[in-house]
Ligand binder design. Sequence first.
Ligand code: ASP
Ligand code: MG
Length: 464
Amino acid sequence: MITMKFGGTSLGDTRRLADVVTIVKTHISTKPAIVASAMSGITDTLLETARLSVQRETEKVKNNFEAMKEKHFNVADTLIKDSARREELIDRQSAIFDELASLLRGVSLLKELSPRSLDAIASFGEILSCLQIAAILNDSGIPAEFIDTRKVIRTDARFGEAVVDFSVTDTRIREILLPLIDRSIVPVITGFIGSTETGLTTTLGRSGSDYTGSIVGAATGSAEIWIWTDVDGVMTADPRYVKGARVLSAISYREAAEMSYFGAKVIHPKTMLPAIEHDIPIRIKNTFNPTHPGTLISSSAPETKQIVKNVTSIDHLSLVAIEGNGMLGVPGVSARIFTTLARIKVNVMMISQASSEHNVCIVIPQKDSENAVDALQSEFKTDISAKNIDAVKLQTEVSIIAIVGERMKGTRGIAGKTFSALAQAGVNVVAIAQGSSELNISLVVEQEDAPKAVQAIHDAFQEL
Ligand code: ASP
Ligand code: MG
């Protein structure tokens, strides 16, 4: 069997939903289980409406509410031919909208919106969406059953970002879904939501439907997990900025995790964990171009000639350098830097220290630079007045360029090729880091050089 997760953009309107039916029909022999998000924009609207309710913005609440209703009822009207089935769906959805209305009223009366209420309200998007997908499939002659994951996915009570209890969840998934699959019924499973032991609704964090897809795929032992989205797959670079960027046919879990860290729109690393644990490949597929094979993400770095898989930039960062001749051989300088930054909750994105120990530099988000410099200056005040440390220097508007590829490990010449490409493009490299995993090389350039740098590296590795 295959677990197929459809994201909001794949469910955004009646045309897209009709395409989903075609996709499921085409792949019916794989015995699909479907995990679906809310229709695009609905989760945002639900959360916004909840906030507007607390503020008693009655008119805006009403407009949002009616717009959501209209969007869903239009789907039923347009896509469901059988009138009894259409009415049944509209009745069920009306009941859900009534329930939503009373929740919103409650929030407004109490003037209080807890994370718990937010989760309860956010969950409506997936419920409405999956009810309609199941009805549409049935109407097209594909036996399907709506599955509310509040009865399946057990979580703790960390509302907004609940943690899954796999011992309960996996058993329930198998008990509930496998008999349906055996009878050739397509389960249509709500992504994103779960519930606590006492039955309170929780969510798995924004974009959590991918995670549900991975959980379901893993527990059912699916052959693959397909994430249906709006791009052909994972690309070698951002096609908006890089000429010649193309889709990668296969990458490893590690490469995918690394790329998503560096901002490639791939898949959240947490999402992959259940799949990784059960060694189930994830395939990124495009609902707008369904015959494209997409990108396969699996445990083995596939044997392609390509060694560098991806080049990205993270833009608008700051580089903070702590320098001084007195730092040489003095233990504890790095520890103090990181403790200081941890205390003020600054995320360090890259670290580099030359072995002369004369200079430690770190890259952080630009918005944190002033805070970080102040905190470091006061931490090293004594060392600065003793001239062990010259200064805490700040360089704003820099960019980290990262190149990722599992097979870079042990391959000679990658760094050489990267730096000659940069030199030829006239790009000055400010700092460099490569972890011993050799999975990525990161380097810092001035912001204005970033597009040129990414393009030059991409061009250089084109023929690899
Ligand atoms: N509907 C939820 C969200 O928008 C979950 C998802 O789309 O994956 O965050
Ligand atoms: Mg979404």
